[in-house]
Design a protein around this ligand. Sequence first.
Ligand code: FES
Ligand code: FES
Length: 210
Amino acid sequence: MAQADAETRDMAAKRLSRRAFIKGVVAAGAVSCAGVVFRGAGMAGPKSSSASVERLISLSVNGQKRHVEVTAQETLAVTLRNKLGLTGVKIGCDRAECGACTVLIDDVPRYSCSILTHSVRGAKILTVEGLAAPDGRLHPLQQGVLDEQGFQCGFCAPGFLMAAAGFLATNPEPTRRELARGVSGNLCRCQDYDKILDGLMRGAEYLRKG
Ligand code: FES
Ligand code: FES
């Protein structure tokens, strides 16, 4: 009996800590990524001196005006992560294949690893850090993922959330198949697609209910 109680307590503690983990992932993309090779433009090889000159520009990120110095060839993913501290933007492939770096630009999902930062001056940029309400209330999609306990390691979560947010703005009542197609530009190396879709479908439902 005492052993059964201890096991029940143990399972409850594990559920709680997994919930806390997923909440961190969906709210700010906070996830450690051992084994992932980051190949940001900031880590690329030697550059010519003119290419490495930084110029001060301003960007609109998550509803705030941000001033930042960028080089001509710097990608938005590198600027957001390395210079603005928005590490919810992940860099997986760094070549427009995995979707981990997806952000919304003027409400459209885009791969930030494949966009030059200076080309989005004047655009409205939204990262996973800006998805929740200003009072900290999770976005319905984040809540849906949390409630369904979706994602395993969580590395791909911010990209999926941003892709889904952009897709649902154009198709608020998708079938599961349509939503799957809507986020098909995003890959999950944990292959957790069923759980991810469960969470996103639940989130879409919350979104419709307001
Ligand atoms: S890191 Fe941008 S698509 Fe993979
Ligand atoms: S949950 Fe691990 S990469 Fe998708």
